[in-house]
Design a binder for this molecule. Sequence first.
Ligand SMILES: Nc1nc2c(ncn2[C@@H]2O[C@H](COP(=O)(O)OP(=O)(O)OP(=O)(O)O)[C@@H](O)[C@H]2O)c(=O)[nH]1
Ligand SMILES: [Mg+2]
Length: 250
Amino acid sequence: MIFIIGTAGSGKSLFTAAFSEWLKISKQDVAIVNLDPGALKLPYSPDVDIRNYVDVGNLMEKYELGPNGAVILAADLIADEIENVARDVESTNADLVLVDTPGQMEVFAFRASGPYIVNELTKEPKALVYLFDSVFSNNPLNYVSNMFLSAAVYNRFFQPQVHLLTKTDLLPKKEVDKIAEWSTNTRALEDSIDHLEGAKQPFSRNMMRAIIQLGLKFRLIPVSSKSNQGMNNINLVLERILAGGEKYTY
Ligand SMILES: Nc1nc2c(ncn2[C@@H]2O[C@H](COP(=O)(O)OP(=O)(O)OP(=O)(O)O)[C@@H](O)[C@H]2O)c(=O)[nH]1
Ligand SMILES: [Mg+2]
């Protein structure tokens, strides 16, 4: 089971759609779970849908909540439905399950319900895929902030975590290569941080060093859900984590 996670708008749902299509073409037996109770439109047809159990619109009316309060309550209510969702997932009989998580990452990652859901939804091998939006991550300050967020997510779930650089079709290749290099070459990132102005520079540098000291590996895999760039690379990494390098479906 693969949980797709990232900040709002980072490309979770479209990646879920594109990667599942790519897997199907590669003759893999894949199912999709939508765990975003607030999703209005999805770029895929989910096999399992949390909206069948939790309805943000109803919660807003019933408890007189605004949209954000209702989304937070909804995320907590997912935990109460976990047995139903797990049963629905089981009945798909799929070899691989992609889980699209709520739009606002914090309601999933930084509340008690998220790790509970990840632990309870399956006992099969699992991985998290954390998305770096390439347009947002294209300056060293934002990049380091995103490293920090992904480290915080790792610290919440303690599952194997793979990092993607999404929407690469929106940037020139040179820019994509530069961001990808930051993730493997600390000197390159430090050089870019050196060009920041004022207090941002020592702050970013110290934050970068703190995260690197944690020993977390952040190698970013560039992907585009529009052109399918990188799907093969992410698939190979996930096969290694989840199936010991074998295909999920024979
Ligand atoms: N060009 C391009 N646009 C993308 C790509 N991935 C996502 N987008 C666009 O970015 C926007 C957000 O994508 P989503 O897949 O909805 O992102 P999300 O993380 O699920 O967003 P929320 O669930 O609303 O937080 C949409 O307009 C997508 O069409 C990509 O690889 N390339
Ligand atoms: Mg989404």
